[in-house]
Design a protein around this ligand. Structure first.
Ligand SMILES: Cc1cc2nc3c(=O)[nH]c(=O)nc-3n(C[C@H](O)[C@H](O)[C@H](O)COP(=O)(O)OP(=O)(O)OC[C@H]3O[C@@H](n4cnc5c(N)ncnc54)[C@H](O)[C@@H]3O)c2cc1C
Length: 375
């Protein structure tokens, strides 16, 4: 057996899992289809929980901090000042930093290696890999496979997990509107165009990204183009991909022959259903899976992650079919106490936020229940 663990996919979740496993002494290799760790630039916003999850890692990827959110719906606006700033990060920098950390911990990073298939071979699993440089074939033997190959995971499909539903996310880089503070993110709720929302996130005093999550690729791009026109913003460049929709928790481990297969990140659907953010939840899933592999049993981390992803799903079910009037009513219900709760807690603590919101504004609970059960 050449390695104990083979991680398929060298992006955020896979590299972090490889780093944790190698640091604990496991012999790990990462198989990444791309020829170098230079993923296309992508502006991401995460909560301060990224620092709590990654520790000292990821600091070099920080490009801006967000201290305020402005929410818009049908002429109304609400402002939320964050006690702990959100972090705007550049994905390509984050990936390169994680790759260096994984390598320094002892993981072997194999670039230009596309995972094609796997089969049980004695006590091990044989991974069949295609080299991009010369189209040659390789075989890597491992006892455990970690599928970190994204929303359309081949590892998941071959190991028998059901196919995930995905939604398109499209965003455009723009020059910031005149006078817009670079520490403020704007969010627009326009339910006749998207059941999610539009955002404008500054990544510097001059630039930002405007985007939305839609339900259908071409229509999502057209909706963004119309929105940019209405806001008088010129797109400098577009970024897009499909994101998995978390519909229910799926067990992250399966037996395959006498080996084990795990999933992390987008491959596992560890994406918040409210915002479709998957970076921090992907890292938390990677920690849970590493803990499971090292200790031979599931730990608390995966249980906590499951509870939180389920809470995000519940919130999404409540708001997914909101009308414009319901969004406006929601903003009206945000009294001073409720705003303070949103200011004090992040999106990565949905349980705490929901509990405090209901305590301080019980009408929100009633409003949510009505929307959920269509009363
Ligand atoms: C435009 C955009 C903006 C986003 N904004 C945010 C945001 O603001 N906040 C947030 O939290 N999330 C955001 N997301 C979501 C976030 O980027 C993803 O949840 C996260 O990147 C998933 O990481 P991952 O490591 O699981 O998978 P991925 O980043 O998809 O990586 C999968 C890796 O596997 C490799 N691979 C695939 N198949 C194979 C194979 N057969 N063999 C070998 N390697 C393979 C790929 O090359 C890739 O490197 C955004 C996504 C997009 C597209």
């Amino acid at each position: 057996m050449s390695h104990e663990v083979g991680v398929v996919g060298g992006s955020a979740a896979g590299l972090f899992a490889a780093h944790l496993l190698a640091r604990a002494g496991a012999r790990v290799c990462v198989l990444e289809a791309a020829e170098d760790f230079d993923p296309s630039p992508r502006t991401l916003i995460v909560t301060g929980w990224m620092n709590e999850t990654l520790g000292r890692l990821g600091k070099g990827a920080l490009v801006n901090e967000i201290r305020q959110f402005e929410l818009f719906t049908d002429g109304r606006a609400a402002r939320i000042s964050l006690r702990q700033p959100d972090l705007v990060i550049e994905r390509s920098k984050l990936i390169r930093e994680l790759a260096r950390a994984a390598e320094a911990s002892g993981a072997e990073l194999l670039l230009g290696r596309r995972f094609v298939s796997m089969e049980p071979r004695g006590q091990a699993l044989a991974l069949h890999v295609e080299r991009s440089q010369d189209a040659g074939a390789e075989e890597v033997r491992v006892r455990t496979v970690v599928g970190a190959d994204g929303a359309l995971s081949r590892v998941a499909r071959l190991a028998g997990w059901p196919t995930q539903t995905t939604v398109p996310l499209v965003q455009a880089i723009v020059s910031l509107p005149h006078g817009m503070p670079s520490d403020t993110t704007r969010v627009w709720f326009i339910p006749e165009e998207t059941p999610y929302f539009y955002w404008l996130i500054p990544d510097s005093p001059q630039r930002g990204v405007v985007g939305l999550i839609g339900e259908q690729g071409p229509a999502t791009r057209q909706a963004l183009e119309r929105f940019l026109e209405r806001q008088r913003l010129d797109p400098l460049e577009y970024q897009a991909a499909r994101i998995p929709v978390y519909a229910k928790w799926i067990p992250v481990c399966r037996q395959f022959g006498s080996g084990q297969v795990y999933l992390v990140g987008d491959a596992a659907g560890h994406v918040k259903a409210t915002t479709v953010g998957g970076i921090v939840t992907g890292f938390r899933g990677a920690m849970g899976v590493a803990e499971n592999i090292l200790n031979g049993r599931p730990g608390r981390r995966l249980r906590d992650l499951r509870r939180e992803l389920d809470l995000h799903l519940l919130i999404r079910r409540v708001i997914h079919n909101f009308t414009q009037a319901q969004y406006s009513h929601l903003v009206d219900l945000l009294n001073a106490h409720a705003r303070k709760d949103l200011e004090a807690h992040t999106r990565d603590e949905p349980g705490r936020v929901l509990w405090r919101l209901c305590l301080h504004q019980p009408r929100l609970l009633l409003f949510g229940l009505r929307a959920l059960f269509h009363w």
